[in-house]
Each structure stands twice: as structure tokens, then as C-alpha cells.
Design a binder for this molecule. Structure first.
Ligand SMILES: NC(=O)c1ccc[n+]([C@@H]2O[C@H](COP(=O)([O-])OP(=O)(O)OC[C@H]3O[C@@H](n4cnc5c(N)ncnc54)[C@H](OP(=O)(O)O)[C@@H]3O)[C@@H](O)[C@H]2O)c1
Length: 348
């Protein structure tokens, strides 16, 4: 008889943890028992999963006994403290936090991009790091372009949703929107700036020396690790927008060779995890609302960048520069869905 893996969600009450539960249910992930774990604050909370109410337990040293896959959707300090305990109990750690991403011994995996990075993990407990949500939403559409033509440089500007900062930030956007519409002052709590009706520099740690925030730095370090390409250049500017869910990114590429607009577009058609939404006549393109709840990164505004090298002219003109506009559900593709796909691959 088939032995099904027991699983645990660490951070089950949070934005990513709850999405993870809904994806496990939607994809009918086969498992034995499930443990919903969180801090003492929400121990005892009931969460509905597969038609049954499950009680959230406090994360502790015995939480991983008999568990095969742990979906870690808590902050990186909690993950760092409990990953060794999970591993010692034979539980594979699928880590959504940033705790292990830079560790050279830990594979940093996007299933559509570099599943081979976790080849050594099959059959034994280990750690797999899930990249930052913005990196996933960028690299899923860029990987087929890179495979076809090579990518030398990326300039990316993000438009990141409040939910990227967790359940408390979602609550803040909702309550602040009500307050502002009622004529009251917006009082920031989770963010340093008002998030309702606003756009502001990303709330991750700012490096005063470089002028970059850590979200911007992650684009470079993570892209290089995932693509095993230390030469790729990434120039990122990350901001939050008053959107509840779904990150968007404006992307300008410098390709390694000049390609026609038709070739550039063709590299994206049918690519894994990508859906082209590029209706120039109707002026309809990706939006975070269209991406919400979906399993693909939406890609549109596909066009050449004529300010970079152009070879030839007319319909045969080939361009080193290409532009895109992408939107993706960062709680799904950027976090929980990617984690569940990793578990599906490891469970095979
Ligand atoms: N939100 C996103 O779009 C997104 C995308 C990619 C990656 N991530 C990463 O995913 C992780 C979770 O993010 P989130 O947005 O889901 O945050 P969140 O909504 O704030 O949820 C955090 C979860 O962690 C739990 N937790 C906090 N301290 C704990 C402790 N000491 N022991 C056990 N559980 C604890 C919380 O439980 P309580 O209810 O008990 O507080 C809650 O379930 C973070 O590392 C984040 O960087 C988030």
C-alpha cells in the first residue's frame, strides 16, 4: 500500500500559510496527516481544510516527529530556529522565508526554471529554499527568453502589493482605505508610509551605503544563483503600491543577441508558467487583479526597446533591447504554489 507523507504548515495562520492550504486542497496533494503550526498567539485557532476544522498547534521541538514535508511560511528567524529540528526528525524543509536562500549548500528553486537544482535531495530530508516572490515573477517569463537569446542586463521596476508584507499589512490596507474614505488621517502601523492611495519605496531594509533596499539586492543575488550565471546584471527599483494582492513589474532587457520583435514574442508563447495578455488593439494588458488567484505570470506590453542597439530596419529589424510588463499573484506563484510544486516533485 502507498505510504502517504505526513505534512506540516509552519505559519498556517499567515497569508502564505493559508494560501498553501488552499493550494494543497485545489491540487489534491496526496498526504497523510497534516499539522497546522503557528506561534502561541494563535494556538487553538480552528482552520477549515478539506471540509474539516483543524486546530492550530504551537510550534515546538516535537512538531516534526513523523512529518515528511514542512512548508515553512513564517519569518526567517523562526525558520532558522526550527529548520535544524525538522531536518533531525527527517522532515524536508520547504522554506518560503529568506533564511536559506543565500546558503550555497541549499538549492534555490523555481520548478519552471531550475528543478534540476534539487536532484540531490530526492529520497533524503533536506532544505529547499523558495526564491523571493518578485524574483519568481521575474524569472518565470525571463527564463524562456534567456534560453532563446541570452540575457545580459535587466532593468526592473516593481509595483508590489501590500499582501507581500503579510496578513497584518493586508488588514492595514483595508482598514486604512476605510479610514481615508471616511475623511480620517491614515495612520501607518505595519508600513512607515500610508499604504492606502499611495506608492512608496519598498519597506525592506535599506542599505545606507549603497542606497539599495534588500528587496532590490535579492533580485541580483537570487537571479545569479538560480540561473547559475554570476555575470547577469540586474538594476532593480522596488516600490509598494496600494494594491491588495499581486505584484507587477516593468522590465527592460538587454539581450545577448539582436532578435526580431516576432522572435522575441514567440519565445514567450506557450512557456511554462507564462500567459501572454497583450491586446494592443483593446489596450488590455496584465493587471494584478487579472493575475490574482491564477497560476501563471501574465505578460504583456511585449515590444522592442529602440533606444538600444538596432540591427537592420523595417520588419526585419532586430533589437538587443526588449520591454515587458508582468503581473503575478505573489501569494501563489510567488510563494505557496511554488512551494507545493516543489513538494510534488520531491514526493514523486
Ligand atoms: N506575503 C507574501 O506575499 C510572501 C511572499 C513570499 C514569501 N513570503 C515569506 O513567507 C513568510 C510568511 O509570510 P506571510 O506573508 O505569510 O506572513 P504573515 O501573514 O505575517 O504570517 C506569518 C506566520 O508566521 C507565524 N509565526 C510568527 N512567529 C512565529 C513563531 N515564533 N512560531 C511559529 N509561527 C510563527 C504566524 O503565526 P501567528 O498567527 O501565531 O502570529 C503566521 O502564521 C515570510 O518569511 C515572508 O517573507 C511572503
Amino acid at each position: 500500500m502507498e505510504t502517504l507523507p505526513n505534512i506540516a504548515i509552519i505559519g498556517a495562520t499567515g497569508a502564505v500559510g493559508r494560501e498553501c492550504l488552499s493550494i494543497l486542497e485545489q491540487r489534491k496533494f496526496k498526504h497523510g496527516t497534516i499539522k497546522l503550526l503557528a506561534s502561541s498567539r494563535s494556538a487553538g485557532t480552528k482552520i477549515e481544510y478539506r471540509g474539516k476544522a483543524h486546530t492550530v498547534e504551537e510550534l515546538g521541538p516535537r512538531s516534526f516527529d513523523g512529518v515528511k514535508f514542512g512548508f515553512f511560511a513564517a519569518g526567517s528567524d523562526t525558520v532558522k530556529a526550527f529548520a535544524p529540528i525538522a531536518l533531525a526528525a527527517g522532515c524536508t524543509v520547504i522554506d518560503k522565508s529568506s533564511a536559506h536562500r543565500a546558503d550555497p549548500k541549499v538549492p534555490l528553486v523555481i520548478p519552471e526554471v531550475n528543478p534540476e537544482a534539487m536532484a540531490e535531495l530526492k529520497g533524503r530530508a533536506g532544505i529547499v529554499a523558495v526564491p523571493n516572490c518578485s524574483t519568481i515573477i521575474l524569472l518565470v517569463p525571463l527564463t524562456p527568453i534567456r534560453k532563446a537569446f541570452g540575457i545580459e542586463r535587466i532593468v526592473v521596476s516593481t509595483y508590489q502589493a501590500a499582501s507581500g508584507a503579510g496578513a497584518a499589512a493586508m488588514e492595514e490596507l483595508e482598514s486604512q482605505t476605510r479610514e481615508v474614505l471616511a475623511g480620517k488621517a491614515a495612520v501607518p502601523r505595519v508600513f512607515k508610509e500610508p499604504c492606502a492611495f499611495n506608492v512608496f519605496s519598498h519597506d525592506s531594509t535599506m542599505n545606507p551605503a549603497s542606497g539599495k533596499n534588500s528587496e532590490e539586492e535579492k533580485f541580483t543575488t537570487e537571479s545569479r544563483k538560480i540561473w547559475s550565471d554570476p555575470s547577469v546584471k540586474v538594476n532593480a527599483t522596488c516600490v509598494r503600491v496600494g494594491v491588495m494582492r499581486g505584484h507587477s513589474e516593468s522590465v527592460c532587457l538587454t539581450l545577448k543577441k539582436a532578435v526580431t520583435e516576432k522572435e522575441f514574442r514567440a519565445s514567450l508563447e506557450g512557456a511554462a508558467g507564462v500567459r501572454v495578455v497583450d491586446d494592443r488593439a483593446g489596450n488590455k494588458f496584465p493587471t494584478p487583479l487579472k493575475a490574482t488567484g491564477g497560476d501563471d505570470v501574465l505578460v504583456g506590453r511585449i515590444r522592442p526597446d529602440e533606444t538600444q542597439e538596432v540591427v537592420g530596419s523595417g520588419v526585419a529589424a532586430a533589437y538587443r533591447g526588449g520591454n515587458l510588463w508582468v503581473s503575478g499573484d505573489q501569494l501563489r506563484m510567488g510563494a505557496a504554489l511554488t512551494a507545493v510544486k516543489i513538494a510534488e516533485m520531491l514526493a514523486k
